[in-house]
Design a protein around this ligand. Structure first.
Ligand code: 5CA
Ligand code: ZN
Length: 409
């Protein structure tokens, strides 16, 4: 699949800082020291509805990861998937009486537009589940042939007990895992499974549902977790730097994915850090397509909201926090954007050298975007109150805000 166009990232004077980031698996901060090419996999959308503020907030977090790395003069190898065949997509297509392929294409196209408008850097490899199927089939066969997977009435299940490290991404109790498995696409109650938590790797063709040739697996379609693992291993290999997504993906998705990869390769860990963004809510509930309590990026854009203001609204919350979208959050961002634009539109101002370092320090410290915004606020307030004589400062602030925060002033 094609991704979306990249906005340019200005180079800044001085030296970027290595990223220290919270890792779900160890429960603490890790300092990532990638080689010249940093590797990141971020779970993409299931394209049955438009991009809402929760999705946008999660992609914003991982866009910041890239920007911190780019500032250290590293290249970034970024891979993202599109879950363009899965139960919720098929259910929505049936509900609306439309073709599931067309639905996925339409919503993926809108997602690309939203990401472009928000200045999110595109992945180098943007891969759909359907196009990944030829790579998924041999992995499922390998797991089955090595005893890490088994057949149940034509479906193939992964045996979580095949990975000695199973449980080490989420560190959740078995009870919580069981509860979340039932809630998030698993089937812990199905009789005949070796372990109730075992997730499906390959679902045998069902009447009236799309299916693909699965060689020795028979016709069917892939499970959700193996989709991301196949794409990540194909394009990044084991031991990549960051596996990213929202906190609702910790279990089962990222736990199972890590176990699939570890059982396939015998290597540990799949990723050096498992990084999770908090959930954005509306009216006291997690914003979700299934609940329907959504604020869409595209809707705000149609209403004439500047995408830079949407981005500032996302940046005003720490990525790990759960927070609520409100009109006030957006209003504050619109006002902040106005103040910043006024401040950089003057021909000179107070020196911005210290500001650049403050931005670097804030972002390299577990992506503390709110602290970065406060630092820019301080410079803008000084500009407004006293001005300054440094004629390179306004340009430097614009470039730093663009390069590190993805906001075009
Ligand atoms: N296709 C799968 C991942 S392989 C999926 O979860 N798709 S999704 O469309 O449901 O979500 C896309 C991304 O947005 C995921 O990282 C998910 O964790 C994140 N996300 C979903 N809802 C919210 C929310 N309310 N707040 C923050 N992030 C969210
Ligand atoms: Zn995924």
């Amino acid at each position: 699949m094609h991704a979306w166009p990249a906005s340019e990232v200005p180079a800044l004077p001085g030296k970027g800082r290595d990223l220290r980031i919270h890792d779900t698996a160890t429960g603490g901060r890790v300092t990532l020291a990638p080689g010249p090419v940093a590797r990141i996999y971020v779970c993409g959308i299931t394209p049955y509805d438009a991009t809402h503020m929760g999705h946008a907030a999660t992609y914003n977090a991982f866009d910041l990861v890239q920007r911190v790395w780019l500032d250290t003069k590293r290249q970034v190898h970024y891979v993202q998937n599109v879950t363009d065949v899965d139960d919720p997509l098929l259910e929505r297509a049936i509900r609306d009486g439309i073709d599931w392929v067309g639905l996925a294409e339409r919503e993926t196209a809108l997602f690309r537009e939203d990401m472009t408008a928000l200045r999110m850097l595109p992945p180098q490899h943007y891969i759909g589940a359907v196009e990944a199927i030829p790579g998924i089939v041999p992995l499922v066969e390998q797991l089955r042939d090595s005893g890490a997977a088994y057949e149940l009435e034509g479906d193939i299940y992964f045996s979580v007990d095949a990975d000695p490290h199973f449980g080490q991404v989420s560190n959740y109790t078995t009870e919580l895992m069981r509860h979340l498995s039932a809630e998030r696409g698993g089937d812990p109650e199905r009789p005949g499974k070796k372990n109730p938590l075992d997730p499906m790797l390959w679902m045998a063709a069902r009447e009236g549902e799309p299916s693909w040739d699965g060689a020795s697996l028979g016709a069917g379609r892939p499970g959700w977790h193996i989709e991301c693992v196949a794409i990540a291993l194909d394009h990044l290999g084991m031991g990549f730097d960051v596996q990213g997504g929202g906190s609702d993906l910790i279990f089962p998705h990222h736990e199972m994915g890590a176990s699939h990869a570890q059982a396939l390769t015998g290597e540990f860990p799949m990723a050096k850090a498992y990084v999770h963004a908090g959930m954005v809510g509306l009216d006291g509930e997690k914003m979700s397509k299934s609940r329907g309590n959504l604020v869409f990026v595209s809707r705000l854009r149609r209403d004439g909201v500047d995408p830079a203001a949407i981005r500032l609204a996302l940046l005003s919350h720490h990525y790990r926090a759960d927070w609520e979208w409100t009109d006030q959050v957006l209003q504050d961002a619109v006002e902040r954007l106005g103040r910043w634009r006024a401040a950089v539109s003057r021909p000179d101002g107070p020196s911005a050298d210290a500001l650049v370092e403050e931005l670097r320090e804030a972002l390299s410290d577990d992506l503390d975007a709110p602290a970065a915004l406060v630092a820019v606020d301080r410079w803008a307030a000084l500009q407004e109150a006293e001005g300054g004589t440094d004629d390179s400062a306004p340009g430097l602030v614009s470039r730093a805000v663009d390069a590190l925060l993805g906001v075009a002033l």
